[in-house]
Design a protein around this ligand. Structure first.
Ligand SMILES: Cc1ncc(COP(=O)(O)O)c(C=O)c1O
Length: 384
């Protein structure tokens, strides 16, 4: 049997990982500023994480949601506390798309409406509704096509207001990333998020904050939407939540009342997943990672803005987009194959930095030095 070939792969096999470093099968060391797509939050193979997962695995790894799982309650309490949403309710699932799918569904159950407002450049996942609310027709199969999603320009308050005037009583939810990730690190303005809040209040629509990539401390606040000083009705999360163990969740405002069978999943909230998520929150709290994100993130953004050749530096905390002109499109590849630094990308020429939240200033300097050499075209040697 062959693999279904849907992923363009780099010719690298990772055999060891620790903190912000990974090693290939030949023993070469890399700096990881990508975290397997924003997933590694507390660093690879963090000792507390490894211990908590190993201990849990030797007790009970999995049982379904047909029995009490106290770890879920502990996770909900800790997440509520660290995210500042103590009165919210937690539903656990296993991925970002699944989190958004459930959030959109819950909104529709709540107000009995069908229309969803999403934005140009948005990415919300690949399941049925999540992909329909994603601005990429290439990945929307005919069976996922729906008239229920209205795409509006990002950060355009006047158009949003008009859409509510035209369809207000049909709109079930508005879904927005606090910082668009796949879309190229585009920050939703504070006033736009505030406008969404007030229109949702006015029309009884549900404000869904997709925090799958930009959440969980990555921006320097727990949810990047928090910068706007307003609460969303539902926060969706995944990626950094389990530091690599598949877990997703939605944090749900008190006004939503559950009933048995309303939502459900086999794997969501299993023992191992909860142990992973608890280990992440424990490390985030103990090591004050959100403060580190702010400090190292601000440092990186300030330093990057000094490079004249860059078109634009965008983002917050350790979610940074570096937009390069066409003639520097090769830099991302060179960072990996000449300097052994993993970064992410977005179309057309955006380098995305999504490192672990405990990235050090020394790591940041290592990247800045390599990046500077690349921009000056001074680094010729190929390591591959
Ligand atoms: C903002 C956002 N939402 C949802 C998803 C989907 O998450 P998953 O790949 O875990 O289904 C992603 C994945 O990149 C994302 O960036």
């Amino acid at each position: 049997m062959k693999l279904f070939d849907v992923y363009p792969l780099n010719d690298i096999e990772i055999t060891k990982a620790l903190g912000s470093n990974v090693w290939d099968e030949k023993g070469n060391q890399y700096l990881d500023l990508y975290g397997g797509h924003a997933v590694i939050s507390i660093g690879h193979t963090h000792p507390h994480y490894v211990k908590r997962l190993t201990d849990q695995l030797s007790k009970v790894g999995f049982y379904s949601n047909s029995v009490k799982i106290p770890l879920q309650v502990q996770l909900a309490e800790k997440l509520g506390k660290l995210s500042g949403k103590v009165d919210y309710q937690l539903f656990l699932c296993s991925s970002g798309a699944e989190a958004n799918e459930n959030a959109l569904k819950l909104a529709s159950f709540y107000n009995n409406r069908k229309k969803i407002i999403a934005f140009k450049g948005a990415f919300h996942g690949r399941t049925s509704l999540a992909v329909a609310a994603t601005d990429n027709p290439k990945i929307v199969a005919p069976v996922n096509e729906t008239d229920n999603v209205i795409f509006l320009p990002h950060n355009d308050e006047a158009t949003l207001e008009q859409a509510f005037k035209d369809h207000g009583n049909e709109i079930s939810s508005v879904i927005i990333e606090g910082i668009q990730g796949v879309g190229g690190i585009k920050v939703a303005t504070e006033s736009f998020l505030q406008k969404i809040r007030s229109l949702c209040d006015q029309y009884d629509a549900v404000f869904i904050a997709d925090s799958v990539q930009c959440g969980y401390g990555r921006s320097g606040k727990f949810y990047s939407h928090d910068y706007a000083g307003v609460d969303a009705d539902i926060y969706t999360m995944a990626k950094g939540m389990g530091n690599g163990f598949p877990i997703g969740g939605i944090s749900i405002a008190p006004k939503f009342k559950p009933w048995h069978g309303m939502l459900g999943t086999t794997f969501g909230g299993n023992h191992l997943a909860c142990a992973a998520a608890l280990a992440v929150l424990e490390v985030m709290e103990k090591d004050n990672l959100m403060q580190n994100v702010e400090e190292v993130g601000n440092y990186l953004i300030t330093e990057l803005k000094k490079f004249q050749q860059i078109k634009e530096v965008r983002g917050r905390g350790l979610m940074i987009g570096i937009e390069l002109p066409e003639e520097l499109a090769h830099v991302k590849k060179n960072l990996l194959f000449k300097h052994r630094i993993f970064t992410g990308e977005a179309k057309p020429n955006v380098i995305r930095l999504l490192p672990a939240l405990n990235l050090t200033k020394t790591h940041a300097d290592q990247f800045l030095e390599a990046f500077s050499l690349e921009l000056q075209g001074k680094f010729e040697k190929s390591l591959s």
